[in-house]
Design a protein around this ligand. Structure first.
Ligand code: 5AD
Ligand code: SF4
Length: 448
């Protein structure tokens, strides 16, 4: 064994997947994993740069690691992910106790970088000129396969929304060859994975540049045909590129779960234009209508940013009215965070932090009511739940998710762990549902 590795992850699903790849790369080289930082020989922080808050958390973590390093001088401290890609060299200078800095494109070089650092040299690699083959070679690896796994289908983003750092750190869109993806999915399913989520910053533009003749709806068809796969999901879709052809997959593909995450960001056409989102409020609402008209019920979720520069009270009211109109099942909402280097950060009409936070609280209060109402609609219905483990609050309770991605807690025998069971919903809460396992199976699919 070369040493024990501890990884702490911040940020989105892409980062969660990358962490698994980091561990996979190091395992292949003879490292072992540990959940206990005190016994680690290598400590890696996989960072996020999408909002200032995430960056601050990483900076204070790095501060704590300085003391750790004073006690255990031989430990190698590495920082990877989006913050490292964006400001790696500055971080290496500002935090002399950081030994390794690696960007989002260079996971596969981590073993070499750690070796270099172990011999006392600082090792920095934030280059972006790796071929897709090299980049994705590491992405195939993972430390173990769980019940639910993420599979990367594409990386990067060409959209350049005015507030967003992602295109600056993850680079241009690059898709992964379909046969590579299918092989990974097959392998996971053969090792017991029941649910696969295909991840990419903008999955709708999968394969469009590459000319393989496989676009995202076709990729879904191919993945869905994997024998033994029970559930398939995907994130994230850009509303501008969300097509009827893709929406139809919710009807035609049985394994595709009825949940669509379609980030709108704002309800005012004026702000959407300033954000460079490429669609108007009405165009977004038409896409939602298209989904609502499907013969299956698809749960909808979204991302909202409040307080983008220049957002007036009227613009903000448009966001609230859009939430009322669409009735999303759940949302992720954020106060706008200026990201250095993005066009929005240079605008002069920034909204004061106090106003941003007040608007955030209003959005969250409104959505809380809507989510609760939506959850209550499920009371007394029977839904399919993939049982993931024991509940965090009570270890005698089981927990899992519906096809529409809602958390359900219920008493039950541990033998059903890892299986899909029918659960009768008895009580709705704001963030979860309670239920009881039912013996008799219902006919057909449950569009919970
Ligand atoms: N400030 C606030 N939220 C942001 N997001 C992306 N960039 C910013 C920013 N600068 C949000 C968007 C995106 C989600 C992943 O993070 O809503 O969809
Ligand atoms: Fe960022 Fe916009 Fe790309 Fe999403 S689509 S990653 S918000 S630039």
């Amino acid at each position: 064994m070369k040493g024990r590795v501890y990884v702490k992850t911040y940020g989105c699903q892409m980062n969660v997947r990358d962490t698994s790849a980091i561990l996979g790369v190091l395992k292949q080289e003879g490292y072992e994993m540990t959940d206990n930082i005190d016994e680690a020989d290598v400590i890696i922080i996989n960072t996020c740069a999408v909002r200032e808050k995430a960056e601050q958390k990483v900076l204070s973590e790095l501060g704590r690691l300085k003391m750790f390093k004073q006690r255990c001088a031989n430990v190698v401290v590495g920082i990877g992910g989006c913050m490292a890609q964006e400001a790696g060299r500055t971080i290496a200078e500002r935090f002399p106790h950081v030994d390794v800095v690696f960007g989002t494109h260079s996971l596969h070089r981590l073993p070499e970088l750690i070796e270099k650092a172990s011999s006392g040299e600082k090792a920095v690699d934030v280059s972006t000129d790796y071929t897709p083959g090299e980049r994705f070679s590491a992405k195939r690896l993972r430390v173990s396969s769980g019940l639910k796994e993420y599979v990367t289908v594409m990386e990067g983003c060409d959209n350049f929304c005015a507030y967003c750092i992602v295109p600056h750190v993850r680079g241009r869109e690059v898709s992964r060859p379909p046969e590579d993806i299918l092989e990974e999915v097959k392998e996971l399913v053969s090792r017991g994975t029941k649910e696969i989520t295909l991840v990419g910053q903008n999955v709708n533009s999968y394969g469009l540049k590459e000319g393989w003749g496989v676009d995202f709806p076709h990729l879904l068809d191919m993945v869905a045909a994997t024998p033994g796969l029970q559930r398939l999901r995907f994130i994230t879709s850009h509303p501008r590129d969300f097509t009827e052809q893709l929406a139809r997959r919710f009807v035609t593909l049985d394994v595709l779960c009825e949940h669509l995450h379609l980030p709108v960001q704002a309800g005012s056409t004026r702000i959407l234009k300033a954000m460079n989102r490429g669609y108007t409020r009405d165009e977004y609402l038409r896409k939602v209508e298209m989904v609502k008209k499907l013969p299956v019920t698809v749960a909808l979720s979204t991302d909202i940013i409040v307080g983008f520069p220049g957002e007036t009270e009227k613009d903000f009211q448009d966001t609230l009215s859009l939430l009322e109109e669409v009735q999303f099942d759940f949302i992720f909402s954020f106060a706008y965070s200026p990201r250095p280097g993005t066009p929005a950060a240079r605008l002069h009409n920034q909204v004061p932090l106090k106003v941003r936070l007040e608007r955030l609280a209003q959005v969250q209060a409104l959505q809380k009511e809507i989510t609760l109402k939506k959850n209550r609609d499920l009371e007394n219905r029977v839904v399919d739940v993939l049982v993931e483990g024991t509940s965090r609050r009570d270890r005698h309770e089981l927990t899992g998710r519906t096809r529409c991605n809602r958390v359900v807690n219920f008493p039950g025998p541990s033998e059903v762990m890892g299986r899909e069971v029918k659960v009768h919903i008895t009580q709705a809460h704001a963030n979860s549902l309670r239920g009881e396992i039912v013996e008799t199976a219902q006919e057909g699919r449950n569009h919970d």
